[in-house]
Write a protein that binds this ligand. Sequence first.
Ligand code: BES
Ligand code: MN
Ligand code: MN
Length: 462
Amino acid sequence: MQGIKAYIDTNKDRFLNELIELLKIPSISADSAYKNDVLKTAEVVAEQLKKAGCTHTEICKTKGYPIVYGEKIIDANLPTVLVYGHYDVQPPDPLNLWNSPPFEPVIKKTDLHPEGAIFARGACDDKGQFYMHVKALEFMTKTNQLPCNVKFMIEGEEEVGSNSLSDFVKENQEKLSNDVILISDTGMIAKDVPSITTGLRGLSYVEVEVTGPNRDLHSGLYGGAVANPINILTKMIASLHDENNHITIPGFYDKVEELSKEERAEMAKAPFSLENYKKALDIKDVYGEKGYTTNERNSIRPTLDVNGIWGGYIGEGAKTVIASKAYAKISMRLVPHQDWKEITELFKTHFESLAPKGATVKVTPHHGGQGYVTPIDNIGYQAASMAYEQSFGKKPIPQRSGGSIPIVALFEKELKSKTILMGFGLDSDAIHSPNEHFGIFNYYKGIETIPLFYKYFTELSK
Ligand code: BES
Ligand code: MN
Ligand code: MN
């Protein structure tokens, strides 16, 4: 598009500073102590959308955090792009592992980002990424090059399960009508290996509680004679994988889509270095389901992982005690055709059956969602591919990701449109971890690539 590089260059400091201001607000949706900050963030997003050229913006109230809506409709006969993103962020803890405070953004150079990367919670997931779309819109409106209609829907509850958004989408089908949904909330293979995410995994997230005796007990007086909930819980968890790291829940794999040899061979062509992978994580070896490669294990195969486990005495020194209760939070990543509600039920039934008589088990489902795969034979994918090819000088590779954006499957069901996942993050950006960051190169490259998508999508729609 005419002048995009020059426009970015002229405005590069402002583009960064605006993002920095957004990153300073701790919009942690999981922690109610930050309620006012989350609400404030919604206001800033709406303001920025207005400044970037939306002719109408709205902060839509929900039962939870508001959804920021913005639009610029130039001609009802032209296609409409709906941009989705989220302004909420993950909690930053553990705080002591951050090299700089999570809500005081700083720009630092790293080996991978010699131009610098911006370090802050939400830098990549997803403030930095959705803000690229706001700046891309600014460029298109300020230079009179917006080729089609655009709608924005930026929510504040993605990191806690998008509860309000599903109702919002169901109730506002007309308002949200579109020809394609565009999201930057995923990653790319490497800075010089552009890729388009064609799959997301589904999710079932549960919490389990094991109760033994009715009170904490002296581990000498009672140890060995009663079921210790922590011993029991860890044993139950350990039994969820067999010696080949297959998940042992009956029926768990029944609906799993098996990829053909050809598809797996195609996947294996994506550049990947197992050595670098291990080095980046300081591990001597990878670990996972027998019969699958690392890239298959983290994208086309379902998984079960403990995300947190607690109980008993964890203070300083030793306390001899058998706790009355033990807890764990468990996530299952699912692949296409696995139904998250069905899997949650299978888990519950199986997990409850594992407990000995001397202990009781409670399984509480948290949230979940379906996986998603996009075909690559549609104009949305083609337009994205052409856009990357122009901005990176290389054709992008389709790549299935291991992460989840559960709302995407609902978009397809309710709004009947395909989602194109143009992610610009890197696996090493440490999303959800301490020292999350987003490369300045990636940020500007995103702003450069997005308008090209609009251009090609509009052209291909004709
Ligand atoms: N942006 C991520 C998902 C993601 C990241 C997908 C990188 C692919 C590549 C999103 O914000 C996220 O964290 N999703 C959660 C699920 C949600 C229901 C809490 C996840 O994947 O754990
Ligand atoms: Mn995200
Ligand atoms: Mn996230």
